[in-house]
Design a protein around this ligand. Structure first.
Ligand code: ITT
Ligand code: MG
Length: 198
């Protein structure tokens, strides 16, 4: 059976992965669909490590194919913060508080110097299979005022000069075409069928 577990509780991420896997005939479940999944501690020092921890822990526990995403925003003027700590930048997985903290930290810094990038590391693990890892990145600028209502997380502050829009002003398809996660998925697309058969 073509079934994959997305190792996330983040509904924003889950939507973007469903758009990828469901047209390929996969039944997609997330951690919000599963009962009795223990809290997985993301104590790695890199995005790739954290994604591997999430995916491999669940494959061992459930005997299923699992994809994990660890992602975040790296701001140059903040020496790469919030980075791997993006989800809990302001303390408690609160998107509004995270965005407010980011604006506070960047106060007084002009737009041209508010350069940043989103990074995604994806790891897929399966029973008796070697883990598959891919990454994707996209660069932009952090606005001083949020713009747009779509997407999730830092999307309303992440401005893409080429499109003159933030990620929160893009349709899901537009975001997937250029985003860190979309780019990682494009690489995954080239490798996934061989990996699935391996
Ligand atoms: O660990 P899981 O359950 O997957 O969900 P999470 O939200 O904790 O996910 P991460 O540990 O990977 O943290 C990533 C954070 O980075 C931010 N982020 C990642 N991708 C993003 C995107 O496409 N748009 C906006 N913000 C994003 C967002 O704040 C996420 O909470
Ligand atoms: Mg997390």
């Amino acid at each position: 059976m073509k079934r994959i577990i997305i190792a996330t509780k983040n509904e924003g991420k889950a939507r973007e992965f469903k758009t990828f896997f469901e047209p390929r005939g996969f039944t997609v479940k997330t951690l919000n669909d599963l009962k009795k999944v223990p809290e997985i501690v993301e104590n790695g020092t890199t995005f790739a490590e954290n994604a591997y921890i999430k995916a491999s822990t669940l494959t061992a526990l459930l005997n299923e194919t699992v994809l994990a995403d660890d992602s975040g925003l790296l701001v140059d003027a903040l020496q790469g913060a919030p980075g791997i700590y993006s989800a809990r930048y302001a303390g408690d997985h609160d998107e509004a508080a995270n965005n407010a903290k980011l604006l506070k930290e960047l106060k007084g810094i002009p737009l041209a110097e508010r350069t940043a990038r989103f990074h995604t590391s994806l790891v897929v693990t399966g029973v008796d299979k070697k883990a598959l890892e891919v990454t994707g990145e996209v660069t932009g600028n952090i606005l001083e005022v949020p713009r747009g209502v779509d997407g999730f997380g830092y999307d309303p502050l992440f401005y893409v000069p080429e499109l003159k829009k933030t990620f929160a002003q893009l349709t899901p398809a537009e975001k997937n075409r250029i985003s860190h996660r979309g780019r990682a998925l494009a690489v995954l697309n080239e490798k996934f069928d061989d990996w699935w058969k391996s």
